[in-house]
Design a protein around this ligand. Structure first.
Ligand SMILES: [Mg+2]
Length: 209
């Protein structure tokens, strides 16, 4: 798959936190605030493993933390430019996040990117099984009448690349650090969305179906 072939695709699904936003999530601090002892365990799986009342209390705390973080973040450099270009070429754009849709909408409003997305193209942890499960991508593509081979999944973390692989889309890893820890899972790797926007400006879109 060439970079050009990836960039020419018409359906773009983005991770939100740390991809469209500047990263502010300190996941180790979040885990400890939720009483988790394992440093790299999956937060949503941990909550799902607790008795209902305890899970509800800690989930409420998680939501508080997520709102605090939303207040601190900003749009990632190049995000608006990239989304402008995508919409100008009639691409479909959506968001698949392990956050909630409500917090995602709040965050997008906060960072000035809300106008690019319809609310039904934003799937959170209550609309689909969390990444890396492919259900979220499958639901967006079913709603759009589109196929995985017309689609790109863009994200900053392992789950974003894994979910793209699981759903059969192309994957783009955005990693400010330049470390690119999962090269086998990324079809394209960029340091910023600005870099992606520049590359996209040179790619001819696929013809509409
Ligand atoms: Mg992320």
């Amino acid at each position: 798959m060439t970079a050009h072939h990836i960039l020419a695709r018409r359906c773009w699904i983005f991770d939100l936190d740390g991809t469209l936003t500047l990263p502010v999530h300190d996941f180790a601090a979040i885990r400890s605030a939720l009483g988790m002892t394992e440093s790299d365990a999956d937060i949503l799986q941990f909550l799902a493993s607790l008795p209902a009342a305890e899970a509800a209390a800690r989930h409420a705390r998680l939501i508080e933390i997520e709102y605090e973080l939303a207040a601190k973040t900003a749009a990632a450099p190049g995000a608006g430019r990239l989304l402008d270009q995508l919409l100008r070429r009639d691409a479909r754009v959506g968001i698949l996040t392990r956050n909630t849709r409500e917090i995602a909408l709040h965050t997008l409003g906060q960072i000035g990117l809300k106008g690019y997305f319809t609310s039904d193209a934003i799937l959170g942890r209550e609309e689909a099984a969390p990444k890396p499960h492919p259900e979220g991508i499958e639901k967006l593509l079913a709603a759009w009448g589109s196929a995985p081979d017309e689609t790109v999944m863009v994200g900053d973390y392992l789950f974003d690349l894994q979910v793209g692989r699981a759903a059969g889309t192309a994957t783009i890893h955005v990693d400010r650090s330049g470390a690119f820890r999962w090269p086998e899972l990324a079809d394209l790797a960029v340091a910023t969305l600005e870099e992606l926007a520049v590359a996209l400006a040179h790619a001819v879109p696929m013809p509409s179906l």
